[in-house]
Design a protein. Structure first.
Length: 236
């Protein structure tokens, strides 16, 4: 198959709006379904959620899914049936392995400020594992610049471990004009979570835009004038 780069603009995403939730979906999710848009490589879900003060997702269940959550602003309170009860803030990589079954809730930890976060799902390469949770602060690594591995099935130092050898999530907080090289991979999903960036071979990517790469090598990604926070999945 020849190399391709497919750019998806922010207004092309599915949208769910409730009284407490503004959610934009890069792929089919919930009642939004498009048979031609059900994921990219192993990445099945990439949502862009803003939850109002005091709102959130009540207790619900998952099984056999690796769920990585990245907070952009605010604070997200997480509680699950493994006994975990904590708060996720910007720069903290969080992974929940649903395994044979887990129940959890995700609520805005503030009664006054919204929380903005990106939940992302990949399937595990081994089903029926014990459910588990992991959270690591990567703020120092992000501050050093470049792309940082924050969730990995390949044993990257400093990243939360996911049960999927074919997937790695890289994150970057890029200063104005900072250039990084997109990692090589069969399927690569570049999401501009905040700010803007220019991707070699694809042009400008506004906040909320994504580029879906297939066998596209290692193009340069350059942050815009206000910088950018980017999430890059590399999967089989």
């Amino acid at each position: 198959m020849s190399a391709t780069i497919d750019v998806r603009r922010p207004d092309q995403r599915f949208v769910t709006q409730l009284g407490w939730l503004d959610s934009k979906h890069s792929f089919s999710f919930g009642h939004h379904h498009d048979a031609a848009n059900t994921g990219h490589g192993l990445l099945l879900v990439s949502n862009d959620d803003v939850v109002a003060p005091g709102g959130g997702f009540g207790t619900h269940g998952h099984a056999d899914m690796e769920i990585v959550t990245w907070v952009l602003s605010g604070a997200l309170a997480h509680r699950d049936s493994t006994g975990t009860d904590g708060v996720i803030r910007p720069g903290e990589a969080q992974r929940m392995s649903a395994g044979r079954g887990i129940r959890h809730s995700e609520m805005n930890a503030s009664d006054t400020e919204p929380v903005h976060f990106v939940p992302m799902w990949v399937p595990p390469d081994t089903t029926g594992v014990d459910p588990s949770y992991e959270q690591i602060d990567v703020n120092d690594a992000l501050a050093a610049g470049g792309l940082v591995p924050v969730a990995s099935g390949q044993g990257h130092d400093g990243a939360v471990r996911i049960h999927q050898r074919g997937a790695v999530l890289w994150a970057g907080r890029l200063g104005a004009g900072e250039e990084v090289t997109v990692p090589d991979g069969r399927h690569v999903h570049v999401f501009v979570a905040l700010g803007s960036a220019e991707l070699e071979g694809a042009g400008q990517l506004a906040q909320g835009a994504a580029a879906r790469l297939v066998d596209a090598g290692t193009p340069a990604l350059t942050a815009g004038a206000d910088g950018a926070e980017v999430l890059v999945w590399v999967t089989d």
